[in-house]
Design a protein around this ligand. Structure first.
Ligand SMILES: O=c1ccn([C@@H]2O[C@H](COP(=O)(O)OP(=O)(O)O[C@H]3O[C@H](CO)[C@@H](O)[C@H](O)[C@H]3O)[C@@H](O)[C@H]2O)c(=O)[nH]1
Ligand SMILES: [Mn+2]
Length: 763
């Protein structure tokens, strides 16, 4: 691989060795650029053909033709945008040995934020496995603090964390002794069947401890309450005495390990990382701003307890799979030459429950292996929420200046005399829901919100805590992460994408079609809102981001509007087939060549790219299906909802993804059987489109002699039928609970027939 890549800064002239290295592909990128140019010529020829062959007024198919022209213009222009992601792939490599040689005694403090929101769909056992995995990082424990933000305000989650704090005293020394990977106990026990003999004794006993803890927690979860004896033993539970509901309660905070009192030691006598539970105050009349609100409360609370200069954020389902990730991230931040420009280091989102052929396209392979390295070549990837290291000062709004260098100092925060109890009382106010009124925290995303917010900085606590120019994560957008990262990059900061061979984080991907589509609706809706907001990469980013990075952002922001061209393509040519009106050139026509070339070249390229990202052929095919489904449902709904939001008829929501599923749903997931199981409106759209194409395909095959001239239209219709096979199965053949209900079957058949009949006879 090496010869083909250009390697930067191996060693500068003065003999200085950098902490990380950057490699850019050269040969491959050049080859790709040539290929892309030929595809572009093809696309341009298609446009020329469409533009020069529009049927005259009154002729059959004029409207349909103009629509095709519109769709192909859109597809072509969108394709141009996506080229930015493939133009300059860049890969990063770290030198952790150099880091420890130079800085082992001056490593900065790191605060780790884990967010959870609902114990019923984010089980406490999963949450504490994530917490334990990050507590066990290979990093000086006295410099590490782990905060769990619980938007569910659940005493069950709190109880689980309390149990985890005891278990960590055994788990962390065990991990260090045997250099365990991964350091999430559940994942470790699952993957470790073989082990050395001297380890097996220890393994058996630590496993026993874990399972006992698991029993206690799952029992409490089943009972939905904490056993009385435990409740009485730990004073922390008293904070739930005044609790009325998860939407209405005081701040609950508990420093379980550490803080001022560094007495907490593990069984080997080593210090443990600080561990804090936080459920910020919630009141029904106060918008809580979802994850962004939780993160901002964490930023403030941690600034009084530990004030780590580096902040790592993970979702509660994303355990650390690599105990060196903190050191990897620091290699970027602490690099003497380039480190001071870097605002955040984003790891890819990987999942440990993706099946071989990823039926819901949830592995994001191409995104992690192609698109994000591509963005990294233009100034840095997007911030995508979990698995991201930030510099605290920048996350809080620091401006970029070329000269500024970072001081990696260890600060002692607060008053050393203060007891843990006093400290807890003091920081409670920082997590109250009124704290941010009249401050710059999370300020405006424009849209509807911007008008109602004022920018005065008069609140006392605000000034007192020196948060004046600081802001944190942005509110009002369902993808708080992307918009926050964008605003940081617009200030001139760089970001880094780091994708090591041993994955940094592993999470839980959705296991049903419904969840996948809802998640993508949230994402595409949020991205579209960004495009229309004050921070639009198109306008606001002008001159602040490199043009290629702007294009990269816009590709994601245009997910939602993408629905129209795809919807059009997925039924209009088929309907015209029924009427015998051709919308594509015949095979014998020279204009057929650009169509054939673009389609074949693009699909071959996408397949090869997917295989190079270690996917399977069937996985690629499944990806195409989900691509179609997202565009015809999630994106459409996201577009409509955004319009309603703009018109002031709806509010931003955040539907948390379910991380547990019934055993039979899981079983079908393992078998890669698509899970429908409800009559959701999105499924009706999918089923109707599928039925429509099936009906037309059958009719046109039967009457093949009549329609023989329209090969491309038949092929398109046939491919749509082929890709929809799982839908037909779910409509008519399956008996299990994951099938489509018969009401959807009836509706889609009737609607399909109705549309076809109307089209043939009425127009
Ligand atoms: O009111 C809320 C809602 C969510 N969360 C947490 O936010 C995280 C992400 O939620 P999830 O339902 O898992 O959404 P995903 O679509 O998987 O999340 C991706 O997309 C989100 C933006 O849409 C980002 O916030 C996430 O970091 C990113 O991983 C989870 O840990 C939740 O517990 C909260 O803390 N408070
Ligand atoms: Mn998630």
């Amino acid at each position: 691989m090496r010869g083909k890549e250009e390697r930067e800064n191996m060693r500068s002239d003065d003999g200085y060795l950098p902490l990380f290295e950057t490699r850019r592909e050269r040969v491959r990128v050049m080859a790709y650029r040539v290929f892309a140019t030929t595809v572009f010529v093809g696309i341009a020829l298609i446009w020329v053909y469409r533009g020069s062959h529009i049927p005259g007024a009154g002729e059959d198919g004029r409207l349909g033709w103009i629509g095709m022209f519109g769709a192909e213009l859109w597809f072509g222009l969108y394709w141009v945008l996506t080229q930015s992601l493939r133009w300059n792939r860049t890969f990063r490599f770290t030198f952790k040995d150099r880091l420890s040689k130079r800085y082992e005694n001056e490593l900065p403090k790191v605060d780790i934020f884990v967010c959870t929101a609902d114990p019923s769909i984010e089980p406490p056992m999963m949450v504490i496995n994530t917490v334990l995995s990050v507590m066990a990082y290979d990093y000086p424990p006295e410099k590490m603090s782990v905060y769990l933000s619980d938007d569910g305000g659940s005493d069950l989650t709190y109880y689980a964390l309390l149990e985890a704090s005891f278990f960590s005293k055994h788990w962390i020394p065990y991990c260090k002794k045997f250099k365990v990977e991964p350091r999430s106990p559940a994942a470790y026990f699952l993957s470790h069947h073989h082990h050395q003999s001297d380890e097996s004794q220890d393994l058996a006993s630590i496993k026993k401890l874990y399972e006992d803890m698991e029993d206690r927690i799952t029992n409490a979860v089943k009972l939905e309450r904490i056993p009385e004896n435990i409740r009485l033993k730990h004073k922390g539970f008293s904070q739930w005495n005044s609790f009325s509901s998860r939407k209405d309660h005081d701040t609950i905070i508990q420093i379980l390990i550490g803080g001022r009192d560094m007495a907490a030691k593990d069984v080997e006598g080593c210090t443990l990382p600080t561990l804090v539970y936080l459920a910020r105050e919630k009141r029904p009349q106060h918008p809580h701003n979802f994850k962004a609100g939780a993160m901002n409360a964490l930023i403030r609370v941690s600034s009084e307890i530990s004030k780590g200069q580096i902040i790592l954020n993970v979702d509660c389902d994303m355990y650390s799979n690599n105990s060196h990730s903190v050191r990897d991230a620091l290699c970027f931040f602490m690099d003497e030459e380039k480190g001071h420009e870097i605002a955040f280091v984003q790891f890819p989102q990987n999942f440990d429950n993706v099946t071989k052929n990823e039926i819901y396209a949830s592995s994001f392979r191409v995104m992690s292996d192609v698109e994000f390295p591509g963005l990294d070549g233009h100034g840095g990837p997007l911030y995508i929420g979990t698995g991201c290291f930030h510099r605290r000062d920048i996350l809080c709004g620091a401006k970029f200046s070329k000269e500024s260098r970072i001081q990696w100092r260890r600060e002692n925060v607060g008053n050393v005399e203060e007891s843990v109890g006093e400290l807890e009382e003091r920081v409670k106010g920082l997590a109250s829901c009124g704290f941010e009124d009249n401050t710059q925290w999370g300020r405006e995303v424009s849209l509807s919100l911007s008008l109602s917010l004022t920018h005065t900085h008069t609140q006392k606590g605000y000034l007192k805590h020196e948060f004046l120019p600081k802001m944190g994560l942005k509110y009002g957008c369902p993808v708080e992460d992307v918009i926050t990262g964008l605003s940081i990059q617009c200030k001139g900061w760089k970001s880094i994408f780091y994708n090591p061979a041993r994955k940094g984080f592993l999470g839980v991907a959705p296991t049903s079609l419904d969840q996948t589509l809802v998640q993508h609706k949230r994402w595409s809706e949020g991205d579209l809102q960004i495009l229309l907001s004050k921070y639009s990469p198109a306008w606001y980013g002008l001159g602040k981001l490199s043009p290629c990075l702007q294009m990269g952002y816009i590709t994601y922001c245009l997910w939602a509007p993408n629905c129209f061209a795809t919807l059009y393509y997925s039924f209009v040519p088929s309907l015209y087939l029924l009427r015998g009106i051709p919308l594509f050139p015949q095979v014998s026509n020279p204009w057929f060549i650009p169509f054939a070339y673009v389609i074949i070249a693009q699909y071959t390229h996408s397949l090869v790219e997917f295989l190079q990202c270690s996917g399977t052929v069937l996985g690629w095919w499944n990806n195409q299906r989900i691509w179609l489904y997202k565009r015809t449902t999630s994106y459409l709904f996201a577009f409509l909802d955004t319009m309603l939001l703009l018109a002031g008829f709806s509010e931003t929501t955040f539907i948390v993804t379910n991380k547990v599923s019934d055993p039979d749903v899981s079983q079908r997931y393992e078998q890669e059987l698509m899970e429908f199981g409800s009559a959701a409106p999105m499924f009706s759209i999918l089923a109707t489109l599928a039925m429509l194409n099936l009906i037309i395909f059958v009719v046109s095959v039967v009457k093949r002699s009549v329609f023989g001239i329209m090969d491309m239209q038949i092929v398109l219709c046939g491919v749509l039928v082929l890709i929809n096979l799982p839908v037909y199965k779910a409509l008519f053949l399956r008996k299990d609970k994951g099938k489509l209900p018969s009401s959807v079957a009836a509706k889609s058949v009737l609607l399909g027939l109705f549309v076809c009949t109307c089209f043939v006879f009425l127009f």
